[in-house]
Design a protein around this ligand. Structure first.
Ligand code: NAG
Ligand code: NAG
Ligand code: NAG
Ligand code: NAG
Ligand code: NAG
Ligand code: NAG
Length: 508
């Protein structure tokens, strides 16, 4: 969870502190040119087709059949097995299993819509974790073990794009470096590699077939103080951000998937559904994404507590060039500007006049209440452009702590300088909803949903609709462990980290 935040707080590798850090990186990752693939687009599928038809005459029908099949594969849905839980009392993170390399090995990566690249720890890494209490086996990526792994040279398009242009010292015979610095000063650095990433393609009702696409990702050769390396360590992070460098963008630009994905995070049982493709059931209403923002930002228009609509100024959610409300699966709690937070929390608390309110750690509003919170407190509903609403029930915005209930809303007005007044909705309020990210139409939407059930994903080519079910990939029962100080520590960490990112232009 703290990791979730660090991710969210990650700077883009093209950020302003780059030149300095690069000097350091180059000294670490000068790699001779012989292995660098200069990117003559080698397509796995085409190669295998050549092999298949070698020495045989190709009729137009077989060609057509191949094209159809290829397009079928290209536009089909993807089912990512999901584990973990977004609950702040537990690990507070969701992760997915993916295969990398040929032959493929399994890696467990945190799914994060707040960051833009994928990275996994590499064999060179001395300080990377090798064990995890999540009940999963960690693997260090070794390019030598993969027949499809290639280094990415500084002269490749991807490197130029991710760095926003050529970098001094980053020449054709040098491997393209990556660097992510997080808000707490922790970091991961290494170099980009390109390899086959294997995923489960949806091929029938609750059925998948293994498929793969070539993806460029960071190979982590050094890291420091990453929360992701703690006891609940994972292999890396799978960025599902909007930028061209994210895995979803890479798979979509090679025509393998639609630039659409959805998650349904099961707030009660952990795990859930994460699917790439066109979700047709449940149906969701969508709201447009605010253009030119680094994250998934939408315009909030109103806030309602129970039956009362809060009166808020029009420009409340505009702070400089930062616009709208950030939707981020990599963050746990929900952050609201003081002008929303104050009346919202007052209204909630005033429902029960006898409530004894405590402030825990200076910022968490907590109270004792022994009956059903859903009966005693009002739901909170956020409204967005295009009449999309998000209803959050008391059981979702309250979390138990030391025999009390604490309120999951956080006051972003308490933060300093340009982190102030940010609006961000994380896992806690996004749980138990099917959240759809439609990058083809630049929109995002959601609907209340049972994340332990199935959704339907449409195959664009054939029009066939298939069921995709929920997963829980880890047996780690400690995820349901009781509340402990661990939670507050994590929350505090999170709190300290969460704001740095929102602007993304800062060196936190
Ligand atoms: C990279 O190429 C430059 C110019 O050709 C050369 O000076 C340099 O030594 C090379 N570096 C490595 C690590 O091979
Ligand atoms: C990737 O897909 C190609 C073409 O379908 C296949 O030949 C190859 O074995 C796959 N590689 C992996 C690692 O799954
Ligand atoms: C991403 O790629 C698309 C298509 O290749 C291109 O039009 C767009 O400018 C790129 N965006 C960025 C931010 O590089
Ligand atoms: C969101 O709000 C801003 C500022 O009021 C406005 O310019 C924009 O058109 C709205 N909608 C979207 C989708 O950006
Ligand atoms: C934050 O909101 C307060 C009102 O609650 C306002 O006075 C202040 O100027 C805002 N700060 C920034 C940086 O926008
Ligand atoms: C959610 O779906 C699962 C699987 O279909 C079912 O067992 C469970 O009862 C459902 N939960 C609710 C609250 O409807």
């Amino acid at each position: 969870m703290a990791a979730a935040t660090t991710v969210m707080a990650s700077l883009r590798s093209s950020s302003s502190n780059f030149p300095l850090s690069l000097a350091l990186l180059f000294s670490l990752f000068l790699i001779s040119t012989t292995k660098v693939n200069t990117g003559a687009a080698l397509n796995d599928a085409v190669l295998s087709v050549k092999y298949k038809y070698a020495g045989r005459e190709r009729s137009l029908t077989t060609l057509k059949a191949h094209d159809d099949q290829r397009q079928l594969r290209m536009l089909a849905g993807v089912d990512l097995p999901l584990g973990g839980s977004g609950r702040p009392d537990a690990a507070g993170l969701y992760y997915a299993r993916i295969g990398i390399g040929t032959p493929p090995k399994d890696y467990y990566v945190q799914v994060d819509t707040g960051s833009d690249i994928m990275w996994v720890n590499c064999i060179q890494c001395k300080d990377c974790p090798t064990r995890s209490s999540l009940g999963i086996d960690l693997t260090l990526y070794d390019i030598k073990d993969s027949s499809t792994g290639k280094l990415v040279g500084c002269d490749e398009e991807f490197c130029l794009e991710v760095n926003g242009g050529p970098l001094s010292g980053c020449t054709a015979n040098v491997s393209c470096p990556y660097l992510q610095i997080y808000a707490d000063g922790s970091s991961t650095a290494g170099y980009f590699v390109k390899d086959a990433v294997q995923y489960d393609r949806v091929s029938g009702d609750l059925e998948t077939t293994s498929s793969n696409g070539s993806v460029i990702f960071g190979c982590g050769a050094t890291q420091s103080d990453l929360a992701l390396s703690g006891e609940e360590a994972l292999d890396g992070i799978l960025g599902f951000g909007k930028s061209n460098s994210s895995v979803i963008s890479q798979l979509a630009s090679s025509g393998r998937v639609k630039k659409m994905f959805a998650h349904c995070l099961d707030g009660t049982n952990g795990g859930g559904i994460f699917a790439i493709g066109h979700v047709v059931q449940p149906k969701v209403n969508v709201t447009p994404l605010v253009p030119n923002q680094p994250h998934y930002n939408v315009n909030m228009t109103a806030v309602q507590v129970g039956h009362t609509v809060l009166s808020l100024p029009n420009d409340l959610f505009e702070i400089g060039d930062r616009k709208g409300t950030i939707i981020d699966s990599g963050t746990t709690l929900a952050y609201l500007p003081e002008m929303v937070y104050e009346p919202l929390v007052n209204k909630i608390i005033s429902q029960q006049p006898d409530l004894k309110v405590h402030t825990v750690h200076g910022e968490y509003t907590c109270f004792q209440y022994s009956e059903s919170v859903d009966d005693a407190f009002p739901p909170v509903t956020f409204y967005f452009e295009n009449s999309l609403s998000l209803k959050v029930y008391p059981r979702e915005y309250l979390f138990p702590f030391e025999g009390m209930w604490c309120i999951g809303w956080q006051n972003s007005g308490m933060q300093s300088s340009d982190r102030k007044n940010l609006t961000l909705l994380g896992d806690l309020v996004l749980s138990n909803k099917l959240v759809l990210y439609d990058l083809e139409n630049q929109a995002i939407g959601w609907t209340e949903y049972n994340c332990s059930s199935n959704i339907k994903v449409k195959d664009e080519k054939t029009g066939t609709v298939h069921l995709v079910g929920s997963h829980y990939i880890s047996s780690a029962c400690h995820l349901k462990s009781q509340w402990s100080m661990f939670f507050l520590m994590v929350i505090m960490l999170l709190h300290a980290l969460v704001y740095c990112d929102a602007t993304t232009k800062r060196d936190c």
